[in-house]
Design a protein around this ligand. Structure first.
Ligand SMILES: [Fe+2]
Length: 359
């Protein structure tokens, strides 16, 4: 278990009450976002990049049903229609608003029904019996993290709709760079709840590099915009010049660092800094996701577990990796080995950047 993780499990054992607490924690975050909304707000397709919120809600329930009730518990499907409606690969986000989705009331009833059945199932399961799916609560951790990750996606939708705060509240106070000495370090995770794309942990030799102690601020980015770069959506640099700049695409982040005479850190560099000089760096997590220059791909010896559609389907040269975690990301997800990824032109995510340089 990584020292920064707030995961409620330990490497050697897991208790059912920890698993229930983690499930309830994720549900509280979902309900905190959705409960205040009207049916119109829940069913609206705010952007072609985002699902209607009621799709995310029922999809969260469907994922939980699929993995915990059906795969682990051997139960039959609540409704065979849901396997198509709520499969993220079956329907791109921009067409989900036209599907015959459950109403908000029915979606809420469905996720409640699934959760009640899951809580009834947990006492029957053995989490230390050698089944890799169950070992140390992995599959429950996967369902919890899936819900928390969708909560962030829903927060992006709400930000686009103007219904939710859309900024990091932090102010950048650090300045200057840290030199990270060259040499080997262990990239990846042995956390029992880590995803397949964080495994296997393996030793990588990273040459020395410099990395900024601080994230790029609105004030710093303003000089780039004055030089002709596009302003990020919803941007008001005058309001909070010392806050980290947000809603920056990879392409813009890459252009900024070149303009500044620097570069983005590679993924191994970011993780090495997070694991070896974390005390020197401000806002490693909790402010904005940080773009790296690396494509999303499998580590040497990667093996898809428990399904290829979580990570492997996105490997290659289409997606770039982001690290850290945003002001919305739950600490249970934002471990220093967690890998987020998105297309290089995307800016609806809570993304910013930190600069690096060669020594
Ligand atoms: Fe999902």
């Amino acid at each position: 278990m990584s020292p920064r993780s707030c995961s409620p499990v330990s490497p050697s054992s897991v208790s059912r009450s920890d698993l229930v607490a983690a499930l309830e924690h994720a549900r509280e975050r979902t309900e905190g976002l959705l409960d205040p909304l009207s049916d119109e707000q829940l069913t609206r397709q705010v952007s072609p990049l985002q699902s209607p919120l009621v799709w995310d809600l029922a999809h969260i329930g469907h994922f939980e049903e699929l993995w915990l009730l059906r795969r682990v518990g051997g139960r039959s499907a609540v409704s065979p229609k849901f396997d198509d409606l709520y499969d993220s690969f079956a329907h791109p986000r921009d067409e989900r608003g036209r599907l015959p989705l459950l109403s908000p009331e029915a979606a809420r009833a469905y996720v409640r029904e699934v959760r009640e059945a899951v809580l009834g199932l947990l006492p029957e399961l053995s989490f230390n019996g050698g089944d890799p799916l169950l070992e140390r609560g992995f599959v429950v951790g996967m369902v919890v993290q899936h819900e928390l990750q969708h909560a962030e996606t829903m927060a992006q939708t709400l930000a686009l709709a103007g219904l939710h705060a859309r900024e990091p509240q932090q102010e950048v106070t650090a300045s200057g760079e840290v030199v990270v000495p060259g040499g080997p370090f262990t990239l990846g995770s042995t956390d029992p709840w880590a995803y397949d794309n964080e495994r296997p942990a393996h030793v990588v030799d990273v040459p020395p590099f410099r990395i900024d102690r601080a994230l790029v601020t609105n004030g710093e980015y303003a000089a780039f915009v004055e030089d002709g770069a596009a302003a990020p959506p919803g941007w008001d640099p005058v309001a909070r010049p010392h806050a980290p700049v947000q809603h920056i695409s990879f392409d813009e982040a890459d252009a900024y660092v070149r303009w500044a005479g620097k570069r983005l850190p590679t993924e191994p560099e970011w993780e090495k800094a997070a694991k070896t000089v974390a005390g020197e760096l401000e806002h490693l997590t909790g402010a904005v996701w940080q773009w790296t220059s690396s494509f999303f791909d499998g580590y040497p010896g990667f093996s898809a577990f428990p399904y290829a559609e979580y990570s492997e389907a996105f490997f290659g040269s289409d997606y770039r990796v982001l690290r850290g975690g945003s002001w919305f990301t739950d600490p249970l997800v934002a471990r220093p080995t967690f890998r987020n990824w998105d297309l290089p032109q995307r800016q609806q995510i809570f993304s910013g950047l930190r600069c690096a340089r060669d020594v």
